[in-house]
Design a protein around this ligand. Structure first.
Ligand code: NAD
Length: 345
């Protein structure tokens, strides 16, 4: 996995990394929000002379058009194989920026500076890049490792509360894979500002898993907990032109997949109830109806773990004990969606 620096002195860390990298030309990729709210605060000497590429913000722009816009900017500005791209933004930006860097001239180096909680605890680390395509989340992408990821909490003060909750959902997922103690601690209070040490704890769980299986041929699939259903809900929302924050979809997916864990693997009902009430209180409801079930199932068949016509989920025996590759019937999915809606609606 990438080298990760945890620091509140992002500019100094970035300058150190860039000083030790032979780099012909430096590019910084920002979106319309991070260009305004984050870039001026980074405090890096090297970034001052970088070429800035700005893209539109929001997951609806994590697409081929925006990717082509980044390739074109790199090409027009004369980027070479020795150029470095620094991605400053949330998961949308680091996913797209990583893919742009990994494919431009067959691959240039890139550094991620995540600026959302979700980006810091999940998207910017682990080497998955991609764009949405054909109405499907992350349908096109490659595994490509950032040379460095610089993680800080110092840019989170401008994050809308909804964004903070979105990242917090991925931390809850990591806690459910980790230990009962971690799950109880995170769900004791409303989603709130987190410390750098909490972020590090969450990322290090991911790092331990990714290091064992960088290309997701086995154990890394534990990290998909909540995502088979979550991605389907997120794609459905995108198709309806009402995008939801990634972490909200993950929270709803976590509840549905924990219901499945309870039905199929006897996951304890007390922990399911705690999770479902927490998600109901802080993430609300996905607002789906029975009429959406067939589309959701169809979307789950497109999940990358799925073989033809199957729904494949990571489930939990109990907190801290995940099981990958559970093949789930359509009936079980429908029942779990019903129970999830009973809890959340
Ligand atoms: N590669 C992976 O392993 C992985 C893992 C999880 C999620 N993802 C992807 O990450 C994306 C979601 O990431 P996200 O939630 O960070 O969304 P995002 O990148 O779309 O950012 C959300 C919003 O916050 C704004 N923003 C960013 N930093 C800010 C700051 N410091 N202050 C104020 N506003 C700021 C952005 O401009 C945007 O409007 C999805 O596309 C998802 O598929 C990827």
């Amino acid at each position: 996995m990438s080298h990760i620096t945890y620091t509140q002195q992002v500019g100094a860390a970035l300058d150190r990394v860039l000083a030790s990298t032979s780099c012909s030309q430096l590019f910084v990729l920002v979106d319309e929000n991070t260009s305004r709210l984050v870039l001026p605060r980074i405090g890096s000497e090297r970034l001052r002379s970088a070429d800035v590429i700005t893209i539109a913000a929001g997951d609806q722009h994590k697409n081929l058009d925006t990717l082509a816009q980044v390739w074109k900017a790199l090409s027009d500005k004369g980027a070479t194989r020795q150029s470095v791209l620094v991605g400053v933004g949330g998961g949308m930006l680091t996913d797209l920026g990583g893919l742009a860097a990994a494919t431009f001239k067959r691959g240039i180096r890139f550094v991620n500076v995540p600026t959302t909680l979700l980006g810091a605890v999940d998207a910017a680390v682990g080497g998955k890049t991609g764009i949405n395509f054909n109405g499907l989340k992350n349908e096109v992408g490659v595994f490509a490792t950032a040379s460095e990821v610089i993680i800080s909490t110092c840019f989170f003060d401008t994050l809308p509360y909804q964004q903070l909750r979105s990242g917090y959902a991925e931390m809850i997922k990591h806690a459910m894979l980790d230990s009962h103690e971690a799950f109880m601690a995170l769900t004791a209070d409303a989603p709130q500002a987190v410390t750098l040490a909490q972020v590090e704890h969450s990322v290090e769980l991911k790092r331990r898993v990714v290091d064992q299986d960088p290309h997701e041929s086995g154990v890394r699939r534990v990290l998909n907990l909540g995502h088979t259903v979550g991605h389907a809900i997120e794609s459905l929302a995108l198709q309806h032109g009402r995008p939801v924050p990634h972490g909200y979809a993950v929270a709803w997916g976590l509840v549905t997949e924990t219901v499945l864990s309870h039905l199929l693997l006897h996951f304890p009902s007390g922990d399911l109830h705690r999770l479902a009430c927490y998600v109901r209180d802080y993430y609300g409801t996905p607002g789906i109806t029975c009429d959406d079930y067939s589309t959701l199932l169809e979307l789950m068949h497109h999940d990358k773990k799925s073989r033809q016509g199957e729904v494949n989920c990571t489930l939990l025996n109990h907190i801290g004990d995940p099981v990958i590759d559970n093949i789930i019937t359509a009936d079980a999915v429908n029942t779990a969606l019903d129970i999830m809606r009973d809890y959340l609606d």
